[in-house]
Design a protein around this ligand. Structure first.
Ligand SMILES: [Mn+2]
Length: 290
Protein backbone atom coordinates (compact mmCIF):
# COMPACT_ATOMS: atom_id res chain seq x y z
CA UNK A 1 0.00 0.00 0.00
CA UNK A 2 1.28 3.43 -0.81
CA UNK A 3 2.05 5.60 2.15
CA UNK A 4 0.11 8.80 2.68
CA UNK A 5 1.57 11.86 4.35
CA UNK A 6 0.40 14.79 6.43
CA UNK A 7 2.37 18.04 6.31
CA UNK A 8 1.84 19.56 9.73
CA UNK A 9 2.68 23.19 10.34
CA UNK A 10 4.25 24.31 13.62
CA UNK A 11 3.93 28.09 13.31
CA UNK A 12 6.17 29.26 16.12
CA UNK A 13 9.23 31.47 16.16
CA UNK A 14 8.98 33.03 19.60
CA UNK A 15 10.69 30.02 21.19
CA UNK A 16 13.78 31.51 19.53
CA UNK A 17 15.20 35.06 19.46
CA UNK A 18 14.55 35.48 15.71
CA UNK A 19 11.20 36.02 13.96
CA UNK A 20 10.51 34.52 10.54
CA UNK A 21 10.59 30.72 10.88
CA UNK A 22 6.78 30.73 11.17
CA UNK A 23 6.85 31.43 7.41
CA UNK A 24 8.74 28.24 6.52
CA UNK A 25 5.66 26.07 5.99
CA UNK A 26 4.13 28.51 3.50
CA UNK A 27 7.46 28.91 1.68
CA UNK A 28 8.01 25.15 1.38
CA UNK A 29 4.42 24.40 0.38
CA UNK A 30 4.70 27.21 -2.17
CA UNK A 31 7.80 25.50 -3.55
CA UNK A 32 5.94 22.22 -4.05
CA UNK A 33 6.49 20.26 -0.84
CA UNK A 34 2.98 18.74 -0.75
CA UNK A 35 3.37 17.41 -4.28
CA UNK A 36 6.79 15.97 -3.39
CA UNK A 37 5.09 13.94 -0.65
CA UNK A 38 2.48 12.53 -3.01
CA UNK A 39 -0.16 15.22 -2.60
CA UNK A 40 0.17 15.24 1.17
CA UNK A 41 -2.70 16.42 3.33
CA UNK A 42 -1.95 19.90 4.66
CA UNK A 43 -2.51 20.79 8.30
CA UNK A 44 -1.77 24.52 8.42
CA UNK A 45 -1.74 26.38 11.72
CA UNK A 46 -2.89 29.84 12.69
CA UNK A 47 0.07 32.17 13.21
CA UNK A 48 -0.36 33.42 16.75
CA UNK A 49 1.14 36.70 17.91
CA UNK A 50 3.82 36.15 20.57
CA UNK A 51 2.35 36.69 24.02
CA UNK A 52 4.05 39.28 26.22
CA UNK A 53 4.27 36.98 29.27
CA UNK A 54 7.67 35.55 30.29
CA UNK A 55 6.92 33.70 33.53
CA UNK A 56 9.95 32.25 35.30
CA UNK A 57 12.17 33.63 32.54
CA UNK A 58 10.54 31.40 29.89
CA UNK A 59 10.21 33.59 26.82
CA UNK A 60 6.71 33.76 25.34
CA UNK A 61 5.72 30.65 27.29
CA UNK A 62 1.96 30.69 26.60
CA UNK A 63 2.31 31.03 22.83
CA UNK A 64 4.95 28.34 22.57
CA UNK A 65 2.85 25.93 24.62
CA UNK A 66 -0.33 26.70 22.66
CA UNK A 67 1.48 25.90 19.40
CA UNK A 68 2.84 22.68 20.91
CA UNK A 69 -0.62 21.62 22.10
CA UNK A 70 -2.11 22.27 18.64
CA UNK A 71 0.79 20.46 17.01
CA UNK A 72 0.32 17.45 19.29
CA UNK A 73 -3.33 17.30 18.24
CA UNK A 74 -2.40 17.55 14.55
CA UNK A 75 0.27 14.86 14.74
CA UNK A 76 -2.06 12.53 16.69
CA UNK A 77 -4.74 13.13 14.07
CA UNK A 78 -2.31 12.18 11.28
CA UNK A 79 -1.11 9.07 13.12
CA UNK A 80 -4.69 8.04 13.84
CA UNK A 81 -5.48 8.19 10.12
CA UNK A 82 -2.43 6.09 9.28
CA UNK A 83 -0.60 9.04 7.76
CA UNK A 84 3.12 9.66 8.12
CA UNK A 85 3.58 13.05 9.83
CA UNK A 86 6.04 15.52 8.34
CA UNK A 87 6.27 18.47 10.72
CA UNK A 88 7.50 21.80 9.42
CA UNK A 89 8.62 24.38 11.99
CA UNK A 90 8.93 26.94 13.19
CA UNK A 91 11.60 26.99 15.79
CA UNK A 92 12.69 23.82 17.55
CA UNK A 93 10.42 24.32 20.58
CA UNK A 94 7.77 22.56 18.49
CA UNK A 95 9.58 19.25 19.08
CA UNK A 96 7.84 19.16 22.46
CA UNK A 97 4.49 18.86 20.70
CA UNK A 98 5.67 16.29 18.17
CA UNK A 99 7.29 14.10 20.80
CA UNK A 100 4.23 14.26 23.06
CA UNK A 101 2.11 12.90 20.20
CA UNK A 102 4.59 10.21 19.20
CA UNK A 103 4.97 9.01 22.78
CA UNK A 104 1.22 8.83 23.26
CA UNK A 105 0.80 6.87 20.06
CA UNK A 106 3.79 4.52 20.30
CA UNK A 107 4.97 4.58 23.95
CA UNK A 108 8.23 5.93 25.32
CA UNK A 109 10.03 2.56 25.29
CA UNK A 110 9.47 2.27 21.55
CA UNK A 111 10.45 5.78 20.58
CA UNK A 112 13.96 6.79 19.46
CA UNK A 113 15.02 10.19 18.15
CA UNK A 114 17.82 11.08 15.75
CA UNK A 115 18.44 14.76 16.43
CA UNK A 116 20.41 16.36 13.62
CA UNK A 117 21.19 19.82 14.97
CA UNK A 118 24.05 22.23 15.76
CA UNK A 119 22.69 22.31 19.33
CA UNK A 120 21.64 19.77 21.90
CA UNK A 121 18.53 21.75 23.02
CA UNK A 122 18.64 20.09 26.43
CA UNK A 123 18.80 23.05 28.80
CA UNK A 124 16.21 23.20 31.54
CA UNK A 125 14.54 26.46 32.53
CA UNK A 126 17.11 26.56 35.34
CA UNK A 127 20.25 26.09 33.21
CA UNK A 128 19.18 28.20 30.21
CA UNK A 129 20.77 31.64 30.11
CA UNK A 130 18.53 32.98 27.32
CA UNK A 131 15.12 31.70 28.42
CA UNK A 132 14.49 30.62 24.81
CA UNK A 133 12.36 27.49 24.88
CA UNK A 134 13.80 26.17 21.59
CA UNK A 135 16.89 25.28 23.63
CA UNK A 136 14.87 23.25 26.14
CA UNK A 137 12.62 20.98 24.08
CA UNK A 138 14.57 17.79 24.74
CA UNK A 139 14.96 18.46 28.46
CA UNK A 140 11.19 18.98 28.58
CA UNK A 141 10.55 15.79 26.59
CA UNK A 142 12.79 13.85 28.98
CA UNK A 143 10.79 15.16 31.95
CA UNK A 144 13.53 17.40 33.37
CA UNK A 145 11.70 20.74 33.20
CA UNK A 146 8.94 22.42 35.21
CA UNK A 147 5.30 21.40 34.71
CA UNK A 148 4.67 24.50 32.59
CA UNK A 149 6.73 22.84 29.82
CA UNK A 150 4.70 19.61 29.79
CA UNK A 151 2.66 19.01 26.62
CA UNK A 152 -0.15 16.45 26.62
CA UNK A 153 -0.64 13.54 28.98
CA UNK A 154 2.85 12.60 30.03
CA UNK A 155 5.71 14.31 31.74
CA UNK A 156 8.27 11.96 30.18
CA UNK A 157 7.92 11.52 26.43
CA UNK A 158 11.43 10.35 25.60
CA UNK A 159 14.01 8.18 27.34
CA UNK A 160 17.50 9.69 27.14
CA UNK A 161 19.07 6.40 26.11
CA UNK A 162 16.98 6.54 22.91
CA UNK A 163 18.26 9.97 21.93
CA UNK A 164 21.03 10.30 19.32
CA UNK A 165 22.60 13.66 18.50
CA UNK A 166 24.48 14.13 15.24
CA UNK A 167 26.30 17.31 14.24
CA UNK A 168 26.14 19.34 17.48
CA UNK A 169 28.81 21.99 17.91
CA UNK A 170 27.25 24.73 20.03
CA UNK A 171 26.66 23.11 23.39
CA UNK A 172 26.25 25.04 26.66
CA UNK A 173 28.44 23.81 29.54
CA UNK A 174 25.49 22.53 31.65
CA UNK A 175 24.14 20.59 28.67
CA UNK A 176 27.11 18.22 28.62
CA UNK A 177 26.21 17.07 32.12
CA UNK A 178 22.53 16.67 31.25
CA UNK A 179 23.31 14.67 28.08
CA UNK A 180 25.48 12.35 30.14
CA UNK A 181 23.02 12.06 33.00
CA UNK A 182 20.11 11.02 30.75
CA UNK A 183 22.33 8.59 28.85
CA UNK A 184 21.93 10.23 25.43
CA UNK A 185 24.41 9.57 22.63
CA UNK A 186 26.34 12.62 21.47
CA UNK A 187 28.09 12.62 18.09
CA UNK A 188 29.35 16.16 17.62
CA UNK A 189 30.29 17.79 14.31
CA UNK A 190 33.88 17.40 15.51
CA UNK A 191 33.36 13.66 15.98
CA UNK A 192 31.95 13.43 12.45
CA UNK A 193 35.09 15.16 11.16
CA UNK A 194 37.55 13.13 13.20
CA UNK A 195 36.00 9.69 13.04
CA UNK A 196 34.15 10.01 9.76
CA UNK A 197 30.42 10.03 9.15
CA UNK A 198 30.21 6.32 8.34
CA UNK A 199 31.79 5.41 11.70
CA UNK A 200 29.24 7.61 13.47
CA UNK A 201 26.36 6.06 11.53
CA UNK A 202 27.82 2.67 12.37
CA UNK A 203 27.13 3.47 16.02
CA UNK A 204 23.75 5.13 15.61
CA UNK A 205 21.98 2.79 13.19
CA UNK A 206 22.27 -0.49 15.17
CA UNK A 207 20.85 1.29 18.23
CA UNK A 208 17.66 2.04 16.28
CA UNK A 209 16.79 -1.61 15.86
CA UNK A 210 13.40 -2.45 17.28
CA UNK A 211 12.49 1.23 17.71
CA UNK A 212 10.11 3.69 16.08
CA UNK A 213 12.42 6.46 14.94
CA UNK A 214 11.66 10.16 14.75
CA UNK A 215 14.09 12.32 12.76
CA UNK A 216 14.30 15.90 13.98
CA UNK A 217 16.34 17.93 11.53
CA UNK A 218 17.36 21.48 12.40
CA UNK A 219 18.80 23.25 9.35
CA UNK A 220 21.38 25.00 11.55
CA UNK A 221 23.35 21.75 11.59
CA UNK A 222 24.47 22.76 8.08
CA UNK A 223 27.61 24.77 7.48
CA UNK A 224 26.81 28.46 6.83
CA UNK A 225 28.84 28.31 3.62
CA UNK A 226 26.08 26.13 2.14
CA UNK A 227 23.04 27.18 4.16
CA UNK A 228 22.60 30.34 6.19
CA UNK A 229 18.85 31.16 6.28
CA UNK A 230 18.46 30.33 9.95
CA UNK A 231 18.81 32.10 13.29
CA UNK A 232 22.29 30.83 14.15
CA UNK A 233 25.13 30.59 11.65
CA UNK A 234 27.66 28.37 13.40
CA UNK A 235 30.89 27.54 11.60
CA UNK A 236 32.30 24.06 11.06
CA UNK A 237 28.93 22.53 10.30
CA UNK A 238 27.96 19.52 8.24
CA UNK A 239 27.77 19.68 4.47
CA UNK A 240 24.54 19.24 2.53
CA UNK A 241 25.93 15.95 1.24
CA UNK A 242 26.58 14.72 4.78
CA UNK A 243 23.08 15.62 5.95
CA UNK A 244 21.62 13.95 2.88
CA UNK A 245 23.62 10.84 3.76
CA UNK A 246 22.45 10.86 7.40
CA UNK A 247 18.80 11.23 6.42
CA UNK A 248 19.05 8.55 3.75
CA UNK A 249 20.80 6.10 6.11
CA UNK A 250 18.26 6.56 8.89
CA UNK A 251 15.31 6.36 6.48
CA UNK A 252 16.84 3.20 4.98
CA UNK A 253 16.41 1.42 8.32
CA UNK A 254 12.70 1.43 7.48
CA UNK A 255 12.07 2.25 11.14
CA UNK A 256 11.15 5.93 10.95
CA UNK A 257 7.66 6.96 12.01
CA UNK A 258 7.88 10.70 11.49
CA UNK A 259 10.08 13.49 10.23
CA UNK A 260 10.51 17.07 11.36
CA UNK A 261 12.35 20.00 9.77
CA UNK A 262 12.80 23.18 11.78
CA UNK A 263 14.42 26.61 11.92
CA UNK A 264 14.41 27.49 8.20
CA UNK A 265 13.80 31.25 8.04
CA UNK A 266 12.62 32.49 4.63
CA UNK A 267 13.04 36.12 5.76
CA UNK A 268 16.80 35.49 5.77
CA UNK A 269 16.68 33.90 2.31
CA UNK A 270 15.59 36.68 -0.07
CA UNK A 271 17.21 35.08 -3.09
CA UNK A 272 15.79 31.65 -2.32
CA UNK A 273 19.14 29.84 -2.45
CA UNK A 274 18.54 27.95 0.75
CA UNK A 275 14.92 27.18 -0.10
CA UNK A 276 16.21 25.39 -3.19
CA UNK A 277 18.78 23.44 -1.18
CA UNK A 278 16.21 22.50 1.46
CA UNK A 279 13.64 21.43 -1.12
CA UNK A 280 16.26 19.17 -2.68
CA UNK A 281 16.94 17.54 0.70
CA UNK A 282 13.24 17.15 1.46
CA UNK A 283 12.49 15.73 -1.99
CA UNK A 284 15.15 13.14 -1.21
CA UNK A 285 13.37 12.32 2.05
CA UNK A 286 10.03 12.04 0.24
CA UNK A 287 11.47 9.78 -2.46
CA UNK A 288 12.89 7.44 0.21
CA UNK A 289 9.61 7.24 2.08
CA UNK A 290 7.23 6.88 -0.84
MN1 LIG B 1 17.51 22.83 17.42
Amino acid sequence: MERSFALVEAAVSCGSPTRGTEGAFDALVGAGLAAAFGDARLLPMEKLAPCPRWPEGLRHLDTVMEVCRRLRTGVLDALGRGEYPVVIGGDHSCAMGTLAALREFYGAEELAVVYVDAHTDINTEKTSESGCIHGMDLAAACGLCCDALTVGRNRVNLLGENLHFIGARSIDPPEYGIVERVGAHLHTAGAVRERGLEAVLGQVLPALEGKRVHISFDVDVLDPAEFSATGYNIPEGLTLAQVERILRAVLDTGRTCSFECVEYNPVLDPGGRDLGALMKLLRGVADKLR
